[in-house]
Design a binder for this molecule. Structure first.
Ligand code: TRP
Length: 455
């Protein structure tokens, strides 16, 4: 394998690293998934649990993944096998890396389909079809798209192709530069949308609903969903941040950078919620509409606001960009691994991994139309009526991400030397004590309790 040049370059600067990490974490999870899950789980209580999970579980696990990656300097699987061998720990820890690569594959398969929806809506926005929408027909564009597998396949293919091309070309330098402009622009667009939402009569109700926890509306599965989403939105538990950490230079302060990523990611999600729910409330739409929520509500907002046609196009372009940078980060660890473990080149690995992911994505497309009644695990009461897409989402966000994340933080908290972790994190004594208390006790116990209560 040494015949193949494998340049394990480092990020050009701290800013570049932060941008790449923000690019991975901010994506469809913030703007598509967070609002629809909040809608399905009844609002404020879900949001509060999600915020607590981000802070007490997500943040320390993000730091753990980065420090492991920086120590291991390889793809997640090799990183875990090297570090556990060096520390004379069980080789089973390598399963963290294996689960990561598998999970990235499963997530990207449906992520690309949703990225395709966003692409389709650029075209819809540009054609002016938002302007004629009313509360009654708000869902019609989305419904039409969903019922048309061929069109869905075309957009899914286009999105996957965009991802493959960037990953095949190596660490995405040009995209990083674009991210510097486009990610802030996405935030600005969301603020514009929140501004519009503030003029609708549902704003106060929606804001109260989003920010006042009502725990009678949140069941145990909602708590698990909130925790799982904390992993999803921060790109945790799949070895992705570990893979990124392997490119991280020693002078980057992991804690500070992690905090920046977490805050930006959370702000974007909350803005998306504040933009969407007032439109839902003002127009009497269904907050629990599911995965189509933003595609049924935002077009209505753009259709009504001044300059909406332009804003609509710009918004969906930025959404695609955010999804693209996240999609790249999902393909990256699979490709890194193939590249190191097989004789394939980077380009070959990118195409093989990309096509395999694209194929599985077809099952998600069909879950929304021809196979919408197919429930492969329907014989178990818990999975009754769940489509293949539902199951992929469940298996990844509610099982694999939290379990792998748990294993990661247990490894760092309990199986690594304190001094090694400490020198990686480079914190003051008191900050490190607090960190290790959260990492050793609060985060793992939190994950276990949420799991136990939902099973
Ligand atoms: N965090 C991204 C989002 O919110 C999705 C994502 C990218 C992801 N990489 C990941 C989720 C790794 C889980 C694991 O859209």
């Amino acid at each position: 394998m040494s015949s193949k040049p494998h340049s394990h370059a480092q990020w050009s600067s701290r800013l570049a690293f932060t941008l790449a990490a923000v690019g991975s974490s901010v994506g469809l999870g913030n703007i598509w998934k967070f609002p629809y899950m909040t809608g399905e789980s009844g609002g404020g209580a879900f949001v509060l649990v999600y915020l607590i999970c981000i802070l007490l579980i997500g943040l320390p696990i993000l730091m753990s993944e980065w420090l492991l990656g920086r120590l291991g300097q390889k793809n997640p699987i090799s990183t875990m096998s090297h570090i556990s061998a060096r520390l004379k720990r069980s080789p089973a820890w390598v399963l963290i890396g294996v689960a990561g690569v598998l999970g990235a594959y499963l997530i990207l398969s449906f992520y690309s389909v949703i990225g395709g929806w966003a692409l389709a809506f650029i075209a819809d926005a540009a054609s002016g079809s938002f302007e004629t929408l009313t509360s009654d027909t708000a869902g019609s564009l989305f419904g039409g798209l969903l019922g048309d597998p061929t069109t869905l396949l075309a957009w899914h293919s286009a999105f996957m192709l965009m991802v493959i091309l960037v990953v095949a070309g190596g660490v995405a330098g040009g995209l990083e530069r674009a991210a510097k402009i486009l990610m802030p622009l996405l935030a600005v667009m969301l603020i514009v949308l929140v501004g519009y939402a503030a003029t609708t009569d549902g704003f106060a109700d929606a804001a109260a609903w989003l920010l006042t926890p009502d725990f009678s509306k949140l069941d145990k599965d909602g708590v698990l969903a909130a925790m799982g989403h904390a992993f999803f939105t921060l790109s945790l538990g799949m070895g992705i941040m570990m893979a990124y950490g392997s490119y991280l230079s020693d002078d980057v302060n992991i804690g500070r950078t992690a905090l920046i990523v977490v805050v930006l990611d959370t702000v974007i999600a909350l803005l998306a919620g504040l933009a969407i729910f007032p439109v839902v409330f003002s127009n009497g739409l269904d907050a629990a509409a599911g995965p189509g929520l933003i595609f049924q509500t935002l077009p209505l907002a753009f259709g009504h606001m001044p300059g909406g046609e332009v804003f609509g196009v710009v918004f969906f372009v930025l959404l695609v960009f955010a999804a693209w940078t996240s999609g790249i980060s999902l393909l990256e660890p699979i490709v890194e691994w193939l590249e190191e473990k097989t004789p394939m080149s980077r380009v070959g690995s990118a195409w093989v991994a990309g096509i395999a992911t694209w194929l599985l994505g077809i099952a998600t497309i069909l879950s929304f139309n021809l196979w919408s009644d197919v429930a492969p695990l329907g014989m178990f009461a818990k999975f009754e009526g769940m489509t293949i897409f539902d199951l992929l989402d469940y298996a990844t966000s509610k099982l694999m991400l939290p379990l792998t994340g748990l294993a990661t933080i247990v490894f760092v908290g309990w199986f690594m030397g304190r001094d090694e972790v400490r020198s990686q994190l480079n914190m003051s004594d008191s900050a490190f004590s607090l960190w290790s208390f959260v990492a050793r006790y609060i985060a793992p116990i939190g994950v276990v309790v949420v799991f136990a209560s939902s099973l």
